[in-house]
Ligand binder design. Structure first.
Ligand SMILES: Cc1ncc(COP(=O)(O)O)c(C=O)c1O
Length: 478
């Protein structure tokens, strides 16, 4: 703690200094993290955010506006997802919280039916978001991980059915999945879930606020929502294609009976009976009110216009990538997708793009599971303005890399590094930090290593790294 108070100007300057190394979150240079509608009018929602900042969404008796707003949001999203009047749901802080709550609900329903000593399992395709495994690890479910189709990259319904046991508490499908933007065959999986009476969760965190609007403009979208009878719950993030501030998502259930498992009440302490719908107790109503404002401001026609722009940007990017010789992973059926290449080193492409101010998520894939390395594109309306500039830069990078041949010696030394990690002779972190290490500050080699070694080794190394990173900075102490 600083000894003395200081002026807000000094505080602001210090914060500004902290942000100097952040990636630029404007002008469409990011293809990840930010869903930019490119609409100045939406900035007014920031004022609403501030107005509701200190209303406590935990106690809707004290702040009845928060209950009304939350119920409105759930009703709006439910209607987009073909829900009927039984639909129940809540506003949460993000996709991960929505998923954690759905997993808790399915687990508690399973334990109620099968007894406290039963051992719930969850079937997830390899493309499911890590939030599911996180939920399983937090809440003691066993994960049954199944491969996806090697060409289309969607979940194979027969594999789901083969994996069902008496312990299956939940099946997961995505609409679409994050890595490749592929919508799983929810209709077929829904039939299996109905037949075996198993909970099916559809993760539409990324797709929930764009697929309904793509359908409205004539894009053929597979059925994935509550119109599929077997679907029990759906997670939909507003802070993605809903274009609302970060910290906003919705979890929906087919009916109130299923949602009841989500709720937490505790009257066994000297204080007031505590009831929480989600993971948090005290929570700012800011993201809730700002989300409501954005959704009401845009309305269906506003979202349709934004979906049209996003689609146009996506189509131009996909066409341009094909002309440059890149391959789309799967089919780019939605507005997020990934591309790969057999001709150039994608990890180098990403590094070169970054040097030119473009930021794409790198996906190392997995050699063991035959999942390609790829670069991820989260397309937003703003990208319609800069798609051509991006493709021009990518063209010059691609030509440059194609004219340089990868020296075999560097490949050999990377293979040696990978082998020494596999043999336990050295760790990833030691390599990253080692003064004479070829991996020092070299993300390309790091991605190559991640692609080739077991996820357990990577997870352990990253846990060590994060543990170390989250230590008070020398900067602050001084
Ligand atoms: C399909 C999918 N599910 C879940 C999540 C997790 O969402 P959040 O980062 O808001 O917790 C994401 C985030 O990208 C996602 O794309």
């Amino acid at each position: 703690m600083p000894e003395r108070s200081s002026s807000m100007r000094i505080v602001r300057d210090k914060l500004k200094h902290y942000t100097e190394d952040d990636i630029e979150v404007k002008d469409g240079r990011l293809f990840t993290y930010l869903y930019d509608p490119d609409m100045k009018e939406l900035r007014e929602a920031n004022d609403i955010f501030v107005e509701f900042l200190n209303r406590n969404g935990m106690d809707y008796h004290a702040f009845p506006s928060t209950l009304k707003i939350e119920n409105d949001i759930v009703a709006m999203v439910g209607s987009l997802l073909n829900g009927d009047s039984d639909i129940a749901g809540n506003f949460t802080t993000g996709g991960t919280e929505s998923i954690l709550l759905a997993v808790k609900s399915s687990r508690d329903r399973f334990l109620e039916k099968n007894g406290k000593d039963s051992k719930p399992e969850m079937i997830i395709p390899v493309t499911a978001h890590p939030a599911f495994r996180k939920a399983a690890e937090y809440m003691g479910l066993k994960i049954v991980r199944i491969p996806v189709d090697p060409v289309s990259f969607f979940t194979i319904p027969s594999k789901v059915e083969e994996s069902i046991t008496e312990n299956t508490a939940m099946i997961v499908a995505s609409a679409p999945n994050f890595p490749y933007g592929i919508i799983d065959p929810v209709e077929e999986i829904g039939k299996i879930a109905e037949k075996h009476k198993v909970w099916l969760h559809v993760d539409a965190c990324v797709g929930g606020m764009i697929l309904p609007f793509l359908s409205l403009i004539g894009v053929k979208v597979k059925r994935w929502d509550f119109s599929v009878q077997g679907v029990s719950s759906i997670s939909v993030d507003l802070h993605k294609y809903g274009f609302t501030p970060k910290g906003s998502s919705v979890i929906l259930y087919r009916n109130h009976d299923l949602r009841r498992y989500q709720l937490y009440v505790n009257a066994n302490w000297p204080g007031y009976p505590m009831s929480n719908v989600g993971i948090q107790s005290t929570k700012s109503a800011a993201p809730l009110a700002a989300s409501w404002a954005v959704m009401n401001f845009l309305g269906i026609n506003g979202y349709v216009n934004l979906a049209r722009k996003t689609l146009e940007a996506k189509d131009r990017l996909v066409k341009g990538l094909a002309e440059l010789g890149y391959d789309i992973v799967g089919s780019a059926e939605t507005t997020i997708f990934a591309f790969t290449s057999k001709r150039v080193n994608l990890f180098r492409v990403a590094a070169e793009l970054k040097a030119k101010g473009w930021f794409l998520q790198v996906q190392p894939g997995s050699e063991r599971e035959d999942l390609p390395s790829s670069l991820h594109m989260n397309v937003s309306p703003i990208h319609v303005r800069i798609a051509d500039e991006f493709l021009k830069d990518l063209k010059s990078i691609t030509q440059k890399l194609q004219s340089e041949s990868d020296p075999d010696t560097s490949k050999d030394s990377i293979l040696e590094l990978i082998q020494s990690i596999r043999d336990g002779k050295t760790g990833i972190i030691e390599m990253l930090n080692g003064q004479s290490s070829p991996v020092k500050n070299n993300q390309e080699i790091l991605y190559e290593i991640i692609r080739h070694i077991s996820p357990e080794v990577v997870e352990k190394a990253f846990k060590d790294m994060v543990n170390d990173d989250f230590s008070p900075s020398d900067d602050f102490q001084s």
